[in-house]
Design a binder for this molecule. Structure first.
Ligand code: PMP
Length: 333
């Protein structure tokens, strides 16, 4: 049985709330946060449902999409018995969440083009394989996975495909959300942390069949999205034209940054990106990383990640930040 919160236990309308042991006098912070938030984020989900053009019953909201990653593993995998498949190099949380939950991880490396090896994946699936995590656009490589490969896995795999679209707002191709109703075994993850600029709030989305959403709702912590977060996310959704503008600006800056970076002889390759970052292969990643840090610029050193030897992952910043990066790189070596 899931936890039943005080406010969901009556159906009438009340003016005086003496049911949840809150402080009826007010909030120490100012503002109105003395009441527990809506556990199912009804209003926010309705807005998300409009934006994504899917029913609200197909929407789950989590404390970042990281929470949804953990919850799908806990919902569908038996610890010590089941396994999941991931495609390294990819986002690290799938592995971390599986390990915490004592779920076996089967790794099928991406190929030289950073695409899924479908044949090998199908070979590695057994009766205990419950989830396959596909990250598209992939972190840290930045590329989209081929739709035809995703389609084959959706058709042939009996378990659940978790398609992580954290960076889809920056991609050339459309989200799979419009096809959600065709696939009862598909969970799509998106987030407010990237294009929406709300990484500090911690709010992520999962889209799936009503059946799957109901399971996630049953096992989540009852108040996983705070009142402040729900209110701020609602006001963000009213400013979505701002987000569209940022996406265009980031994509324009991505092109400029690629042009600038390609002049440096110590940058060997800039991988194609459908995200708000670039994976860049350099002559000596550790040395360049240390040089940038000495100059107050933090990038992500991915050199120890499989298939990413001597690679740095660089987020596309503002024009000023990118220009400073380029200027600093001129002093390297
Ligand atoms: N998926 C991918 C591919 C990511 O790169 C990230 C964040 N780095 C997340 C999910 C987690 O995002 P959130 O902030 O919503 O937890």
């Amino acid at each position: 049985m899931p936890y039943s919160s005080a406010r969901s236990e009556f159906s009438g309308k009340a003016n005086i709330f003496l049911d949840a042991n809150e402080n009826s006098f007010g909030s120490a912070s100012g503002g109105k946060y003395n009441r527990y938030p809506d556990p199912l984020q009804t209003e926010l989900k309705q807005r998300v449902s409009k934006l994504k053009r899917i029913p609200a019953s197909n929407v789950f909201l989590g404390n970042g999409s990281d929470e949804a990653i953990d919850l799908v593993i806990r919902a569908f995998c038996n610890p010590g018995k089941d396994n999941i498949i991931i495609f390294p190099p990819t986002y690290g949380m799938y592995e971390v969440a599986a390990n915490i939950n004592n779920v076996e991880i089967r790794e099928v490396l991406l190929n030289a083009e950073f695409q899924i090896n479908v044949k090998e994946t199908l070979n590695r699936i057994d009766a205990q394989t419950k989830l396959i995590f596909i990250c598209s656009p992939n972190n840290p490589t930045g590329n989209l996975m081929q739709d035809s490969d995703i389609q084959i896995l959706l058709d042939k795999f009996n378990g659940i495909i978790v398609l992580d679209e954290a960076y889809i707002d920056f991609a050339q191709r459309e989200s799979w959300v419009s096809k959600l109703s065709q696939f009862p075994n598909l969970v799509i993850l998106q987030t407010f942390s990237k294009a929406w600029g709300l990484a500090g709030l911690r709010i992520g989305m999962a889209f799936a069949s009503e059946e799957i959403i109901n399971i996630l709702n049953k096992i989540k912590p009852p108040y996983n999205i705070s009142e402040a977060t729900q209110q701020l996310a609602l006001s963000a959704l009213q400013a979505d034209e701002k987000v569209g503008g940022w996406i265009m600006a980031i994509l324009a800056e991505r092109i400029l940054l690629i042009n600038e970076l390609s002049q440096f002889p110590f940058i060997e390759r800039i991988y194609e990106s459908d995200a708000n970052f670039l994976l860049v292969k350099v002559m000596d990643a550790n040395s360049l990383y240390a040089f940038l840090i000495q100059n107050g610029i933090a990038v992500r050193n991915r050199t120890n990640i499989i298939l990413c030897e001597n690679c740095l992952r660089i987020t596309v910043g503002t024009q000023k930040e990118n220009q400073l990066l380029t200027k600093t790189l001129k002093n390297y070596r």
